[in-house]
Design a protein around this ligand. Sequence first.
Ligand SMILES: Nc1ncnc2c1ncn2[C@@H]1O[C@H](COP(=O)(O)OP(=O)(O)OP(=O)(O)O)[C@@H](O)[C@H]1O
Ligand SMILES: [Mg+2]
Length: 371
Amino acid sequence: MHRKCRERTLFCSTARADDARVSYGTNAVSFLSRAGEGTLRRAFRTDKMLSVEQIRAALPLALNETNLPLPNKRAGKVRDAYVLEDGRTLFVTTDRLSAFDRVLACVPYKGQVLNQLAAWWFAQTRDIIPNHALAMPDPNALIARTAQPFRIEVIVRGYITGVTTTALWYRYALGEREIYGYRFPDGLQKNQQLPEPIVTPTTKGETHDERLTPNEVVTKNYLDVQTWGRVYAAALTLFKRGQEIAERAGLILVDTKYEFGCASDGTVLLIDEMHTPDSSRFWKADSYISRFEKDDEPENFDKEFVRLAYAAQNYRGDGEAPRMPNDLWIQASERYIAIYEMLTGKIFEPGAYPIEPRLRENLIRAGIVIE
Ligand SMILES: Nc1ncnc2c1ncn2[C@@H]1O[C@H](COP(=O)(O)OP(=O)(O)OP(=O)(O)O)[C@@H](O)[C@H]1O
Ligand SMILES: [Mg+2]
């Protein structure tokens, strides 16, 4: 079994594959294991659920951008933000799907899932740290407290995985053994559970995310020591809460990215989104161990399968992305909806398409847009 030897030394001896069983062997939950190999949604499909045909019909109507009669629009890759003049910001989560640092497609209902799932998580975790969410006037819209975002992204990782240049497994496979200021032993396997979740910050907003050790957040003047202490502790507590809730839904919350910021009164807030399939990796719990032991990739419910579809076409982010069949985006939609339903235990209730007229009406009703 692992022991902690000294600060920031994660492993004392080569970790064993069966260590991963500690959390998930006996607890792997519920309907997923009983449901066999069908898709997750089929495993608990009811008549109320959105059909593939409904998703296909919404495909040409998926929300690409908004043009609301409001000033101060700022478009991110996924969200359109309108900074209101009263210390609040309206975020509209569109259906844009980004990967390889570009927008690849619009996926029906993705925006609604992200918005409602993040809001659900905010409600599950507001005892840990205050968050920016104030109200949800439309399924795709959030009114939030405007914050000054900290210039770091706070990533928490429970497993060694990932193929991007900031990912733990990518660095480890290059031969690095000191990563983000933590020591790793030889002999780890891809997708192995870490003895405890770790915080691996990166810089934000520059062309490339730069890796930071936890200490460098302070020594490089990203945050003062008290604020970082608070953010660091909150991130770990949020992640543990997320893992517990995911586990009850038959999922593993593998890793995630948080953003924090400072409100005008100085309060440190959790901002942006949380524990969504855009910001997190989720694996299916009941097949994790058997697949890990066979060196098979876990069954994932995040954006990884889109990246893999591109990789199968030999595309890894250089040059123009190939066109992908509609079925890929329909499957993406199904997965986003499935993870929403699994985590929240609710049936996804699709908002009307096209979104923009409905959104305007709801914003008028909320007094945000004036007719
Ligand atoms: N409460 C808040 N106050 C101010 N900014 C926020 C708040 N919550 C989130 N943000 C910022 O709004 C943006 C959200 O939009 P989105 O997720 O589309 O952006 P992104 O593609 O992740 O990043 P970028 O904006 O760099 O393109 C992020 O830049 C995030 O830091
Ligand atoms: Mg974002």
